[in-house]
Write a protein that binds this ligand. Sequence first.
Ligand SMILES: [Zn+2]
Length: 193
Amino acid sequence: MTGRTHDAAAITLLGVAVALYPIHSITLATALVAILANQIGGIMPDIDQPTAPFWRNLPIGGFFGRFADKLLGGHRFLTHSLLGAAAIAYLAHWLLVFISPLMPHVDIDLVWWAFIVGLISHLLMDTFTKEGVPWLLPVPIKFGLPPIKALRVTTGKFVENLIIFPGLILIDVWLVATHYHDIVTFIHARVGS
Ligand SMILES: [Zn+2]
């Protein structure tokens, strides 16, 4: 999947998670940092790809991207597995605890969960592509949905661009529309009227 589909998928899954498990006490700062963390989590597994948006946006990202590509075993390998996701989540938690004194009004645990939701959304979305995802590494099998490869999505082609991406946006619009009152109440309570 492309970067923008992963961005949309990450925020959609976060929206679904919050709709299912409403959070009653959260500061505006936490909400904003959590959304940012969610978006980073959504593209994080593609650090194994030298051309990934994650690297493209850094000044010498191409160099580090090629290095990471070799180190992580090439595209759709370690970072696209449960084992890799657990390692990334562990490192992210360590980093968040380390920088938490800089963000006194931010609930680190909620930010971390939003990051993990983004991370999982990435693996889920890539599972629908032809390449599949090696969920259970070190078991070297790539899983895909549907199991028949020919029925899966080709990254960046019309099914992704015309069905999946707009579909995710529609889910977001529906989530906002059905929770509009809650969202307005949340913003009023925190930003003031
Ligand atoms: Zn990927």
